[in-house]
Design a protein around this ligand. Sequence first.
Ligand code: PMP
Length: 326
Amino acid sequence: MTTHREPLDSVLNTVGRTPLVRVHAAPDEVPVYAKLESFNPGASVKDRIGLYMIERMLERGDLVPGGTVIEPTAGNTGIGFAIAAGQLDVNAVFVVPERFSVEKQQLMRALGAEVINTPTEDGMGGAIERAHQLAEETEDAVVPQQFSNPLNVEAHYETTGPEIYDALDGEVGAIVAGCGTAGTLMGMAKYAREQDADTYVVAVEPEGSLYSETVGADVDEEDYKIEGIGTHDPTTNELFDPALVDEIVQVSDRAAHDELKRLAREEGNLVASSSGAASVAARRVAEKIRDDEVDAPADSVVTIFPDSSERYLSKGIYRSFEEWSS
Ligand code: PMP
């Protein structure tokens, strides 16, 4: 990590190089490591794409200084973009479906961004549509489009992937990550498969989400409570490439919630529901490698814990499952 060695000029210098920490409930023979993305300045994995995408768009001239980024986002992406935008002379506007956590929206506003809410029932599709309308009405505005922009994947290919391989001296058997836009998993998977084409790659989604349909699985669509991952319409998740994935694992709200509480109590890890889901899936994959049900090039599994539970205290994340999920 960079943060302790020397004084830094900007908070942007603290994006990335997050710690990789063992998940102790996993089998000893096949350790699971989680990258703790809450160590980023905006406390989530999305600071990586905020910085990377704005820098590349400015370099390419797609975005000009004094211009505006307008992005449909569930929240963490807005915070990531708002931090980078604020430091790089760019305005930021975010379109957020109402159901997402109020903490995230407060943080975006505190960072100087404008937040516009769309009705929950219109889903991310409604937010995407509204963002494009606004961009047409605003001068020098760009919609970075995290759901379809290859720079989202590239950010993780250039940063998250190499950091993992450096930390483990290349000894990576499987990569497991939750998929919202799927940028995190796709970037890491692309990097991993270049290091070893047999790296086992697992996508994680909530039960009720429809990523599994992309590989022909017959799954039921339902609402889910896990925040930040999953899709009700895989055609909007343009970055997801089933060819880079060996398995899609579904995790129930209850299993993710039990695990996020266990991670706090037993492992001192204050992470949220998408991390709980990732941890459940990563532990299952480690067990399969141990039991020789899955071939992997090394006896280790790496996953991502995208953000912290503190952002969801108002939603009762540490209350009973019934209270949290109601
Ligand atoms: N977890 C949380 C809490 C998130 O906000 C996101 C981003 N939507 C993810 C996981 C998934 O990341 P990605 O969009 O790269 O798939």
